[in-house]
Design a protein. Structure first.
Length: 321
């Protein structure tokens, strides 16, 4: 049974890692959840949260109803995700802008290790398992090479974007932020998050109201998508665990194209701050990279990212006892 500290503090830190990953196009918060050992608990917890909570509260009391939905786990995780998105988004985007090769190298090593750790949980390989693995790989790879669309700002489109992106955010290897970019909503959502933070700092209530309305619309779509898809994942884990793990492993394998550090920029876009950033890219070998390829440092960071997973695995085992 978990105690408040350090167990829930560790969950909050994992939530912060998920939030940091979810603001980066190409990195999946679901991958972080998987490699940190909380993925299935997250899916099961989301699946438990519904309106029956209130009837259980009335019948058995708040404490028992709260325990039934694993509420403390969910609050600790969501708190970490929210803190990270609000506070670390600028740091991550700054590092991606100034040290992209090194950042993506670390992520590449992290995903490579997560492929191994998720894949080794598959207990039986058969035709169905391999089919799901191939399907996951193809879908994820196609997402990394698909061309994003222009950025729409209607409330309905924000709702749809939240509904679809949250599904990707809880799938290892499929980046919710990149799905937003593909749909053209990434700049709008990130810009609104920055607007929300700046409005609170400046006590600008009009700006805050606009940000809350947009984020609220996105959040409603996300909640509905999360609740619907969590039921599907919960059923898949209960009835087709090996096939589900194979699908998720394929998702992560296909995503390696996106997190490959060395890219050639094919076209650019203007981000929410008015800066020109890469729009369409293709992966290239290090010696074809224009400029300093930072190969030695990049390899070291890949190894560091890979080894980080072992630390997370040990921590997950230690604190689950």
């Amino acid at each position: 049974m978990r105690k408040l500290f350090p167990d829930y503090l560790l969950i909050t830190l994992k939530g912060m890692a998920m939030g940091a990953a979810d603001v980066v196009p190409g990195v999946s918060g679901g991958t972080i959840a998987f490699i940190s050992g909380i993925y299935q608990e997250l899916i099961d917890t989301i699946n438990k949260v519904d309106l029956t909570f209130f009837s259980a509260w009335k019948k058995n009391g708040f404490k028992i109803a709260w325990q039934q939905i694993n509420g403390s786990f969910l609050v600790a995780l969501v708190t970490g995700i929210a803190v990270s998105i609000l506070s670390l988004s600028k740091v991550i985007t700054h590092l991606l802008a100034t040290q992209p090769i090194l950042v993506w190298s670390f992520f590449f090593g992290l995903v490579i290790a997560s492929i191994y750790f998720v894949g080794k949980q598959i207990t039986k390989f058969n035709l169905t398992t391999w089919l799901f693995f191939i399907i996951g790989t193809i879908i994820s790879y196609y997402i990394t090479i698909a061309e994003p669309v222009a950025s729409p700002e209607s409330y309905f489109y924000l709702f749809v974007s939240g509904f679809i992106a949250i599904i990707a955010m809880i799938l290892p290897g499929v980046s919710g932020a990149f799905i937003l970019l593909l749909m053209g909503s990434y700049a709008v959502v990130i810009g609104t998050i920055n607007q929300f933070r700046e409005a609170i700092t400046a006590l600008n209530w009009q700006l805050l109201g606009q940000a809350i309305l947009r984020l609220g619309t996105f959040a409603i779509g996300a909640i509905l998508g999360l609740k619907l898809f969590s039921k599907i994942l919960h059923w898949m884990f209960d009835n087709h665990r090996n096939a589900t793990l194979a699908l998720l492993t394929g998702f992560m394998l296909g995503s390696l194209n996106k997190v490959w550090p060395w890219k050639k920029v094919l076209s650019t876009r203007i981000d929410s701050h008015g800066n020109e950033v890469p729009f369409m890219e293709k992966s290239i070998l290090p010696h074809y990279f224009e400029g300093e390829n930072q190969l030695i440092t990049a390899i070291l960071l890949m190894v560091f990212g890979f080894l980080t997973i072992f630390i997370l695995e040990k921590a997950a085992v230690k604190f689950s006892k």
